[in-house]
Design a protein around this ligand. Sequence first.
Ligand SMILES: [Mn+2]
Length: 250
Amino acid sequence: MMTTHFTPNLGTHEWVVFGDTHAQMAAFLEVCLYAVATGRRGLLSVGDFGFLPALPEGRAFIAYVAELLEAYDLYLLVVDGNHDDQDALLGLQLDETGMGIIGPRARHARRGTHWEISGVSFLAAGGAVSIDQHRRTQGVDWWENEALGYSDVNRCIDGGHADVIIAHDTPAGVAGDDVHVAYTKMDEASAANRRALLAIVEAVKPSVLYHGHYHVRRTAFLTLENGQDVRIEGLGRDGQGDRLYTGLEL
Ligand SMILES: [Mn+2]
């Protein structure tokens, strides 16, 4: 189990989990201000953060993020979403714990990365399907490896149990989701990604999973085959005020 060495020893109560910021500076500022106001110093992104270093606006966002992290003495850990530059993330140099180095105070946890925060184990299971990929350009704002593949699923499962999964998508089978607003993405590729994530959740048996992607703040439950309930926390997006973030609750 890897420990995140780039942070001082932050306890689990010192982390904020936040939804899809989509490279919007105002949204990231709101996350920082919430962290400062509540005495937290660790920021955990569930993806669609807006890591787009090939684009001028993406580089401006990343520079702004680095400035805020320094100014407010915060640390950032990003799990990828479908609107983050997969190629650039996978090209990042890794630190000694296996995290991609975005900056002195920011890391990327690749799919399948396990880490620990004060005795609590975490697993990164990023990725999702873009339902608007027909109007996107490959390598610019769309990436072929955006969804969870077999190798991602295997790496997630091989690491064994984790208490918390940080995902971008929601798993299949969440109570109420067949009629819930969360299932606005009814295409087969999206459904396949949710089933892949369900396979990970069944194997890893976390107590809680945080995700974004649907841009809806909600708390729901998934009952595993062994009868265990997993709490599913969906987070909002930029422009939705405090539905974007929450304190990490175990
Ligand atoms: Mn999004």
